[in-house]
Ligand binder design. Structure first.
Ligand code: RIB
Ligand code: CA
Length: 307
């Protein structure tokens, strides 16, 4: 069983990633921390609280963190995730309250208590992770792994150069890549192939209560057709933890542009490894067919629990 802490900004694909973690046979989700990103922190946290109960995650802590970026203006994606952040999905109001404290301390305390055991999965802007590294640099050794959805070596999405999570806080991303661990980076290069086509959506429809989240959320996230559909970026990070053989990873030196007028937030990925030791393993391929078998298998398992 792999113990996982997910730092997220739910967010439609964050919700699908949390559902995947909830249904994954080999994952124990031990904590959720939230960050401002797709929508404001108040909404990402409210969504995480609702998802904790809807996904039958028990009373694992949900701890809010940073509302915005370390340095510059806040970037949001409400146009993509909708006013609530969960697109067309409406979940029952949560009964349990948010956990005490700040996400940064939750991350540090969770890793300190179980050195080498916890995989950190970051699927939103990296502000909480960067602050945790600055507050307690030893988390770099304590974390079993750091897996992020973010960046790319080919293109952006929020603009031609930058992927949203990196653009939302480039300084934080730069701190995380320079911290000394080997970041497992699943960028747009692979996540854009994890699309919900109509065939995939048809496999979600019979999943009972879980379908009440997955189907409207996916349909809001993008036009679903026989050949194309919305990419559930964040679920790729959880799927990698479930089965690393789904993803081809290549060592690289990753730098984050924090200045460029047109390139701020771009992940500059150097596979040549001439001057420096790799600070990342960068995903260059995803077995999309097996990805959906793994994901839908976990969703079916969760649906049997939820009814
Ligand atoms: O670029 C995709 C990423 O940005 C995903 O994490 C999505 O939730 C948004 O935060
Ligand atoms: Ca996200």
């Amino acid at each position: 069983m792999t113990k996982v802490l997910i730092d997220c900004d739910p967010g439609i694909d964050d919700a699908m990633a949390l559902a995947l973690a909830a249904g994954a046979p080999g994952i124990e989700l031990v904590a959720i921390t939230t960050v401002g990103g797709n929508v404001d922190l108040s909404l990402t946290t409210a969504n995480a609280l609702a998802l904790r109960e809807f996904l039958d995650l028990g009373d694992i802590p949900v701890t809010p963190g940073s509302a915005g970026a370390l340095l510059h203006r806040t970037v949001r994606a409400g146009d993509i995730h909708g006013d609530t952040g969960l697109g067309g999905a409406v979940l029952p109001a949560p009964l349990l309250a948010v956990s005490e404290g700040h996400a940064v301390d939750r991350i540090i305390d969770t890793l300190r208590a179980a050195p080498g055991e916890i995989t950190l999965v970051a699927i939103g802007p990296l502000t909480n992770i960067a602050l945790a590294v600055r507050r307690e640099p030893r988390i770099v050794e304590w974390a079993r792994d750091l897996v992020i959805m973010g960046g790319s070596f080919t293109r952006g999405n929020h603009n031609p150069a930058a992927e949203f999570n990196m653009l939302a806080d480039p300084e934080a991303a730069a701190i995380v890549f320079e911290a000394g661990w080997t970041v497992k980076m699943l960028g747009l290069d692979v996540t854009l192939t994890a699309v919900v086509t109509s065939a995939v959506l048809d496999r979600m429809r019979p999943l009972g209560r879980l379908a009440e989240l997955l189907v409207p959320a996916a349909q809001f996230y993008g036009a679903v057709t026989d050949l194309a559909g919305p990419a559930i970026h964040d679920a790729c990070a959880v799927a990698y933890v479930m089965d690393p053989s789904l993803v081809t990873m290549v060592p690289a030196v990753v730098n984050v542009e924090v200045i460029g007028e047109y390139t701020r937030g771009m992940t500059v990925v150097d596979f040549r490894l001439r001057e420096r030791r790799a600070n990342a393993l960068v995903a260059t391929g995803l077995d999309a067919g097996r990805f959906w078998d793994v994901v839908l298998g976990a969703y079916v398992r969760l649906a049997e629990r939820l009814g």
